[in-house]
Every structure is written in C-alpha cells, then in structure tokens.
Design a binder for this molecule. Sequence first.
Ligand code: FMN
Length: 285
Amino acid sequence: MNESNPPFIDATALPHWTSSLPRADLDPAALGPDLGAPCFKGFWRASELNPTRALLMHQRIEEDAALEHEPLRACFSSATPPLPEPDASVVGAWAPRRSVRAFSDQAIELADLSALLWPMARRQDGGRGLASGGGKYPLQVHVIGWRVGSEGVVLPPSIQGYDSLSHGLTPIGAAPAWSRLKPILGVDMNEPAAVLVVTAQAGPHVTKYGERGGRFMLLEAGSWLGAWQAQTARMGLGGLVIGAFQDRALLRELGHHVSGRGQAPEDAASEHVIAAVYALGWPAP
Ligand SMILES: Cc1cc2nc3c(=O)[nH]c(=O)nc-3n(C[C@H](O)[C@H](O)[C@H](O)COP(=O)(O)O)c2cc1C
C-alpha cells in the first residue's frame, strides 16, 4: 500500500449506519455516468437521506445527545495568549448570531432577501461577492417564501428561483404547506418566513477537477451559509442551517426543472442536487 495515497475506502465493508444503506445505491451501475469522478457520485448517493435513513440518523442524534461532550480543544496548547479584542463593531455584528428555531408572524421584505442574495449576484464588473473554484459558480438558490412582503404587502406563498445574472426572482410555483415541508426538512419548529434552498450541479466542478471538484462544491455551499449567517445577524433576523433534509423529496418540492433525473450521459452534468438549506425569519419575541 502506498502510505501517502491509501486506497479508497471499500464500500462493501463500511461499519454501522452506512452499512444499513441499500447496496444498490452504491452499485457503480446505479450511479450513472461519473464524469470522471465515480467516488464523488458514490459518496453523494451514500450520504443522501430518504425517510429510512433520516430515521436512522435521528436515532444516532439521540444516542449522541445522551453522551457527555467536551468541545474539541486546539491540538497545540490551551494556554495561548488571546489576540487583541476585535473592533466593537465586529463583536457587535456577530453577537446576535445563533440558531433560531422559533419565528414570529412578521414578514421579511423583498429588500431583506435582496441583501441576503447580493453576495451571490454577478456584479456589473463581472465579479461576485463570494468566490467559486475556477469561476464555475455551480450553485443556485430557490426561495420558498411563506411570509415575504413587498412594501408592507405580504405576497402569496411561493417558490421563486434566484437569477444571479439579473439579481432577480422568477416565480416557479406555489409554496408547499409548512406542515408538508417540515418532515422533509427533518426539523421541529414553526413556519419560518422563508427557506433558502441551495441546489448544485456538480458537473462543471467534477469535469474540471475530478473528485476534488465535489469538495469545491460543498466548500462553496458552506461559504454561502456563512454569508447568510453573518447577514441575518447584522439585520436582526434569525436563521437556521438545516442539514437533515431528505434530498430527493425536497428536490421534488422545488419542481420538475430540478427533480427530473438526467438519464442520458450528457445529462449527468446537469443533474441537480441539494447542497444546503437555510431557514430564516424574524425571531419569536
Ligand atoms: C452543517 C450544519 C447542519 C445543521 N443541521 C441542522 C439540522 O438539520 N437541524 C437543526 O435543528 N439544526 C441544525 N444545525 C444547527 C446546529 O444544531 C447549531 O448550529 C448548533 O447546535 C450550535 O448552535 P448555535 O448555532 O445556536 O450556535 C446545523 C448546523 C450546521 C452547521
């Protein structure tokens, strides 16, 4: 075995919860065209949640909650002298940031969405607020809004697609009832004002970078979540990163334009997956 480049993990010998996944999902034949990155596709399929896997994951979360937890410490020293206190504006901007799971009835405004989505917009100079590997920009946002207002008038609940070129929203359909979406998102909370769903097409990244491109895609989704956490905190809104969503059920809720699975080899690059979910609204008092 080459120590610096060990063989990839054997998917038939995985322990515990991963071994409860249907083998069929890891069968290379079922993974479809791999764009030169078969392990990325295998990893993605193996980490998707469906109702059974979501149940298993919630059992694991409960088991984990029953354990004693010490936060990980820096691996070098616990006696590191602290840095100078940041500027008060920095401390103040981050102070309200926390996960919010109880929302008030107050609507957010289109102007609030505009501020949140601005880092994703292509500016007039061609740049964008957030970086993307190779300038590929493989991510998109869908806004599922239940309480979004325009100049004080609350709009009908809807799903809208964000267009980063025009910094605009395109109506796609009616929003599903929160009672229907809640179990798909795997959360237990009241209706937020809106949910931002980050969809991704891995094709551009994995075609160029192989498996490494899959990492780039997730790194970029994480940077979007970081931007939204910072911006909601600045605006006094509350938000929640959601990772427990059921992948394909949520894609279906967004509409056929993203949930129709590419069958032909050339469609593999355009298959949409869900990379991240962020719920937001005004926090309950
Ligand atoms: C990647 C990621 C996934 C998360 N998924 C969920 C989730 O599915 N449901 C949930 O209630 N909270 C979720 N959270 C929120 C965490 O539980 C929360 O950030 C953590 O408990 C720390 O609390 P704080 O955000 O208030 O500081 C997620 C956070 C991250 C970063």
